[in-house]
Design a protein around this ligand. Structure first.
Ligand SMILES: *Cc1c(COP(=O)(O)O)cnc(C)c1O
Length: 808
């Protein structure tokens, strides 16, 4: 753009904005509130996106590429305004226009709420996939739930987590469009009987409870292109708003009850991460969005395909994110048979050929199992279909597989009065994939080995990725600009291009700028810490960061215990000088997860002890930041020196936080778990620190025993000391961490914290030495940025297209 055109664009933007302010607030700019200023900007940007959105839709209908519909019970999208502005390539224009109007762009952006419609990695991955596919220009749409309350807001009060309801829609949400004319009815409960209608055996479903599903669409704009895809979130409403005067009292109460029972379905997001919660309401949620999403999609498909379903599986791929949407299988069978009149065999062919499935965990407590009685009561027709799918599957095994009854039973979808949703998904989908090499291997060799032997061709692996737009380009603008000045702009469309950065590994001016950018990002985070935690931290210290959901398998406890040990070491040796270190934690614990909440308490107790001890002379600081979410992540990831990825090997399916840190130049301190293994392979031995048991060793101990945490305790005086401190009043008379102590010593340390302690502490000590060598550290950090190309979700999407959806 010529400078004169740019000036004109800024002037146009300013006048449009001034007009918009008046529209949204009925006031002049000078009188308007910050919230109105944000709303006006949001609406102006939505206006720009709307025409591209409509155009993308009509182009998809004209050129019938195979489309992918993604079903997920979580989408953790983060704030959108900045993404939209940058994807429209309007960052400079908007920033300058705002400044010239006397407004602070960053402050306006901070008015946006962060929709917490997910718990962690699983929901965030879906948001990255939506962003990448829009950027790649692919027809790809999300279906999920319009939770009225997303994940709770976390406050830390007296060192403990306190949950506050998340009312993210309080001020409305400017990026969604309600589509009441596309609402559909979802049916629950009721009775089923069969009848011959016109000579055909038909299932008649009666006395069911109908609920209205109303969609809200959110546009997902590609970066620097014209593609705008949709995320469709379904909201539950009563079928008819009641008309007050015509009701007698009894009818009125019934109507009120119906209204609140209907709305309950999409009131809250279940707050568990990697843990199954078998509440009936959750099952209702799962069927609700599956039924509504499929119904709309099939209606639209028929409209553009002469009412004919023959080519459905050639033109549509339905991808289920973990097993929460696994009722897609039986629901498609129901629609195809009961509503479209297809035979079982024809319906089954289309169903299996269009469905694909990603598994997200091997933790047994996370695998979904619904009681048969609950399914039968809530969804009688769906249950009947599941039973028939299972019966036919078992018949086929009996006739073809050569398996004995015991083996056939072990593969049953229904076992011990429960419906195993992973088994249902594997039987109904023609593709099953894990999310990193190790995880996919464990699925094949352990978790789903019986199925793998039956259908080896169904099993795939796609390592997760993250969008570099959100997690590097838009959130680390200093590094973005340095990269572009150094290697040009090609990397924006092909992240593998970052490898060219290695030519700067001996370049002194580059070295200075690279380090300065990291320091600036650390100062930014230090300011945030000061403002929110009133702790002053040294930006020159090593920022050593673990941010993710609090979970035993992620082992925040190992990190905390090592800090306690380091504190003891410094107390006992008052003249020791270490490189100053700031340990930063953030993450939410599920409300009902007692142990995880104790860990938060312990971290804060250690912080209190360490930060206030004059003997430590500020050599270590410990910070727990409240309310980790995508927005906070965007401040944290760019500021890290060390990325803590220390899960018990074999337990973390992939991790994606590890990739966000790496892209921003942090060095991984990790176990050989999840995608840490691919990170290790990408950067090489010298640019990562690994420690601890391998997944084979962990699984050997789990199967055959041979690990005694007490034995480790008895032979390690460091561990003896920290174990005593948990219960001896070190943290004040009232603060005792007996349950932590017991889990480690009495219950033999399920997650091998004490087993890995020594190797972890050694690695931590090694970091202290490495950081002193500025050149060495720079090369490690640069290598992490340079070799992060593999971890773009663009690469992941291309692999799904090629190997799983067959859309390439
Ligand atoms: C990336 C991300 C996660 C996942 O982090 P892991 O370290 O992979 O567990 C969780 N929550 C938020 C807000 C994220 O952005």
């Amino acid at each position: 753009m010529k400078p004169s055109e740019h000036l004109e664009e800024i002037e146009n933007f300013k006048s449009a904005y001034i007009k918009k302010i008046e529209e949204v607030s009925g006031e002049y700019l000078s009188e308007s509130s910050l919230l109105n200023q944000y709303e006006a900007l949001a609406e102006l940007v939505m206006d720009k996106i709307a025409s591209q959105w409509a155009k993308t839709r009509s182009q998809y209908d004209e050129i019938p590429h195979k489309r992918v519909y993604l079903f997920s019970i979580e989408f953790l999208i983060g704030r959108l305004l900045k993404s939209y502005v940058n994807s429209l390539d309007m960052e400079e224009t908007v920033k300058t226009a705002m400044a010239e109007l006397g407004l602070d762009y960053e402050t306006i952006l901070s008015q946006e709420t962060d929709p917490g419609l997910g718990n962690g990695g699983l929901g965030r991955l879906m948001a990255c996939f939506l962003e990448s596919s829009a950027t790649l220009g692919l027809p790809f749409h999300g279906n999920g739930i319009h939770y009225k309350h997303g994940l709770f807001e976390q406050k830390i009060i007296n060192g403990e987590q306190v949950e506050v309801a998340d009312n993210w829609l309080r001020h409305g949400y400017p990026f969604e469009i309600r589509k009441p004319n596309e609402a559909v009815i979802v049916k629950f409960y009721g009775n089923l009987h069969s009848e011959k209608i016109n000579g055909v055996l038909t299932f008649v479903y009666e006395d069911y409870e109908p609920i209205l599903a109303v969609p809200y669409d959110i546009p997902l704009k590609g970066y620097h292109n014209n593609t705008v895809n949709s995320l469709r979130l379904w909201s539950a409403e009563p079928i008819e708003e009641f008309d007050l005067p015509s009701f007698n009292e009894g009818q009125f109460l019934d109507a009120v009850r119906h209204k609140s029972e209907a709305e309950a379905i999409t009131q809250i997001l279940y707050p568990n991460d990697n843990k199954f919660d078998g509440k009936q309401l959750r099952l209702k949620q799962e069927y609700f969005f599956v039924c509504a999403g499929l119904k709309r999609m099939i209606t639209r498909f028929k409209r553009y395909n002469n009412d004919c379903l023959d080519e459905f599986a050639d033109k549509i791929c339905i991808h289920i994110n973990d097993t929460h949407p696994a009722l897609c299988g039986p629901e498609m069978m129901r629609i195809f048979m009961d509503e479209e009149g297809l035979s079982w065999d024809d319906a089954w062919k289309i169903t299996v050929n269009s469905l694909t499935f990603t598994n997200h965990t091997v933790l047994p407590e996370a695998l979904e199992k619904w009681p048969v009685d609950m399914m039968k009561f809530l969804l009688p027709r769906i249950y009947m279909i599941i039973e028939e799918i299972n019966r036919q599957f078992q018949e086929e095994l009996r006739s073809k597989s050569g398996l004995n009854e015991l083996q056939i039973n072990s593969l049953s979808i229904i076992q011990d009065g429960q419906i195993n949703m992973a088994n249902l998904a594997i039987v109904c989908c023609h593709s099953v994939n894990g999310v990193a090499e190790l995880h996919s291997k464990i699925l094949k060799e352990e978790t789903f080995n019986g199925y793998y032997k039956l259908f080896p061709e169904r099993f795939h692996s796609v390592t997760n990725g993250v969008t570099p737009r959100r997690f590097l380009i838009n959130s680390n603008t200093g590094l973005r600009d340095l990269i572009t000045e150094s290697i040009g702009t090609d990397w924006l469309n092909n992240l593998f291009d970052l490898e060219k950065l290695m030519t700067f590994k001996n370049d002194a001016p580059f070295f200075d700028r690279f380090n300065r950018i990291k320091l600036d990002n650390k100062i930014h985070l230090a300011n945030y810490i000061n403002a929110h935690n009133h702790i002053s931290v040294n930006p020159e210290s090593i920022f050593d960061i673990q941010v993710k959901r609090i979970h035993e398998y992620k082992r925040q406890l190992l990190n905390a215990l090592q800090i306690l040990h380091l504190y003891n070491h410094l107390k006992a040796n008052p003249h020791i000088e270490i490189v100053p270190r700031t340990f930063i934690f953030a993450g939410k614990a599920a409300q009902g997860y007692y142990f995880a909440k104790e860990v938060i308490k312990l971290i804060n107790a250690i912080a209190n002890l360490v930060n206030n001890d004059k003997d430590i002379r500020d050599q270590i600081k410990v910070v727990f930041l409240a309310n980790f979410n995508v927005t906070l992540g965007e401040i944290i990831y760019p500021a890290a020196n060390i990325s803590e990825q220390i899960s018990t090997a074999g337990k973390e399916a992939s991790g994606t936080g590890n990739m966000k840190f790496m892209m921003n130049g942090a060095i991984t301190l990790g176990t050989m778990d999840g995608a840490n293994i691919e990170i290790h392979e990408a950067v090489g031995d010298n640019n990562i620190l690994t420690f601890g048991l391998s997944s084979d060793e962990v699984s050997h101990f789990e199967k055959h025993g041979g690990y005694s945490s007490v034995q480790i305790y008895e032979n390690d005086h460091r561990i003896q000391k920290i174990m005593h401190q948990l219960i001896d009043g070190t943290f004040g008379h009232l603060a005792s961490f007996q349950s932590v102590y017991d889990s480690l010593l009495l219950y033999n340390d399920t997650y091998f914290v004490l087993k890995d302690f020594d190797s972890y502490a050694t690695a931590q000590h090694h970091i202290n030495e490495l950081f002193k060598d500025k050149n060495k550290w720079f090369e490690m950090s640069l290598s992490n940025v340079a070799y992060s190309g593999l971890f773009s979700s663009d690469r992941a999407i291309l692999e799904y297209q090629k190997n799983i959806w067959k859309t390439l």
